[in-house]
Design a protein around this ligand. Structure first.
Ligand code: CMC
Length: 435
């Protein structure tokens, strides 16, 4: 039973034993109870399946207010970054905690550009994978394997400089890896980057090649893709970032930690939802466009179907990233001269769900994945590459949290507890005596 809040702590009375729990207050007034000493002092642990009410750490990187639809990186609203920043500038902000000067920004761009190469490993490895392998499986495998090509990774305790170098190398190599995954899948040669082109231009260039350059690399396409990368760049303690931190807490290297994040992101309830949304919209279109029917299926628990791109653990009014994407979606498609009937179905689906009591009661709104696929599709990115794009955007966020975890105090291995509900002590019975 919880007793009243007293100053900077509260006390809890557990079977007559009173335990003081310090109150931790964040810079935006969020409050948490520090239960780290609870078990030592009382024998109790806290139970919170899926961590809906558990703070895993204190962090300075990202702030979300799910009730008000607020998302900020190092205090800067996501709407301002999406409109005014670039992905590389946002990367600087996430990694170093401040906006760069012009000189710092140029230096970072040059350092990243220097690493914009297709690692040899990628060329060798890809020939051994089936064309049916999902791009996220390839991405995770390649990123993990890159650790073998970075000598610095052999030391358990890297210096800050080494960690920084590894981070920049990985960010630089990511578009080449993503593009190579796509080229391998369509059976085409890899394309080398253009050292004069920007990060996002190179991504598109390496994916689509010289022949399609004119069509694909319009300023609108590059701008839209860069904005999507910014919108995906961080999101505090989500499933994949928590995976990166948990894996990294065992002092595994950055590559392996990021590979774990990629695996976590792949799932359809997390980053894989962007692919799932397009599959869902196409299914609705192919079956005659009956949006209401699909909403009814998504409400039926027996169907095991959810409305992809809807709902969020934290956002309970709207997802600010979805708001930005929706507001530019029409504009981007118009500028690019693309007419996608799936956009109309998406809009109708959104309206229908938003007026439905089931979704209202549960506070389920469109999330970042609901409209992002429409833009990826307009640029020409194939559906099974959508989550790879999400991963590329999220990379600086993962790295920032990984670094913060390593330098936080106390820096311990992540290791949750459990409440055991299995059989009590049971003696072994030899097989011939079992009934
Ligand atoms: N369609 C239908 N019902 C839903 C949906 C949905 N998309 N999302 C949640 N619900 C229901 C859920 O069945 C539960 O109902 P009830 O109370 O009757 O049991 C209630 O809403 C609460 O759901 P929950 O599973 O407790 O919510 P959660 O916070 O654990 O899950 C979520 C969040 C995002 C996994 C979930 O909303 C979902 O599966 N959405 C669809 C997949 C999706 O779009 N994922 C992308 C998330 S945003 C990108 C990212 O950052 O990952």
């Amino acid at each position: 039973m919880l007793e009243e809040l007293v100053g900077e702590s509260t006390s809890v009375n557990l079977n007559g034993k009173v335990v003081e729990l310090p109150v931790v207050t964040g810079s935006e007034g969020e409050k948490g109870l520090d239960v780290s000493q609870l078990r030592k002092e009382s024998g109790y642990i806290t139970l919170d399946p899926a961590y809906g009410n558990t703070g895993a750490c204190e962090s300075s990187i990202c702030f979300i207010d799910g009730e008000k639809g607020i998302l900020r990186y190092w205090g800067i609203p996501i709407e301002q970054l999406a409109e005014k920043s670039s992905f590389i500038e946002t990367t600087y902000l996430l990694l170093y905690g401040k906006l760069p000067s012009q000189q710092e920004l140029t230096q970072l761009s040059q350092r990243i550009s220097k690493n914009l190469t297709i690692p040899d490993l990628v060329k060798k490895l890809y020939s051994n994978f089936s064309d049916e392998t999902h791009p996220m499986a390839l991405l995770s495998a390649v990123v993990s394997a890159l650790s073998g090509y970075d000598k610095k990774q052999s030391s358990l305790e890297q210096s800050e400089v080494d960690i920084d170098e590894t981070s920049i190398r990985l960010i630089g190599q990511f578009p080449a890896i993503a593009a190579a995954i796509y080229r391998k899948k369509i059976g085409k040669e890899f394309i080398e980057p253009d050292p004069k082109a920007t990060y996002t231009e190179n991504l598109v260039r390496m994916m689509f090649g010289e022949t399609d350059l004119e069509k694909q690399i319009t300023p609108e396409a590059i701008e839209a893709l860069d904005m999507l990368l910014i919108l995906h760049a961080d999101h505090e303690q989500n499933c994949s970032t928590s995976a990166v931190q948990l894996v990294g807490s065992s002092r595994t290297n950055l590559y392996a930690s990021i590979a774990a994040g990629i695996a976590a992101l792949w799932g359809p309830w997390h980053g894989g939802a962007n692919q799932d949304v397009m599959v869902m919209l196409q299914k609705i279109k192919d079956s005659g466009g009956d949006v209401q029917k699909y909403v009814e299926i998504a409400k039926d628990k027996n169907s095991k179907v959810r409305l992809s791109g809807f709902g969020h653990r934290v956002y309970k009014t709207f997802d600010p990233r979805a708001k930005v994407i929706k507001s530019v979606c029409d504009k981007v498609l118009e500028k690019m001269g693309v007419n996608n009937p799936l956009l109309e179905i998406a809009k109708e689906l959104e309206q229908t769900a938003l007026q439905d009591e089931y979704f209202i009661q549960r506070k389920l709104y469109p999330n970042v994945d609901f409209y992002s696929g429409i833009i990826y599709k307009a640029i020409g990115i194939p559906t099974d590459m959508f989550t790879v794009m999400f991963a590329m955007g999220r990379l600086p966020g993962w790295i920032a949290h990984w670094k913060e975890m390593l330098t936080s105090k106390p820096s311990r291995i992540g290791r949750p507890r459990q409440i055991y509900v299995g059989p009590t002590k049971t003696d072994y019975t030899p097989v011939d005596q079992r009934s």
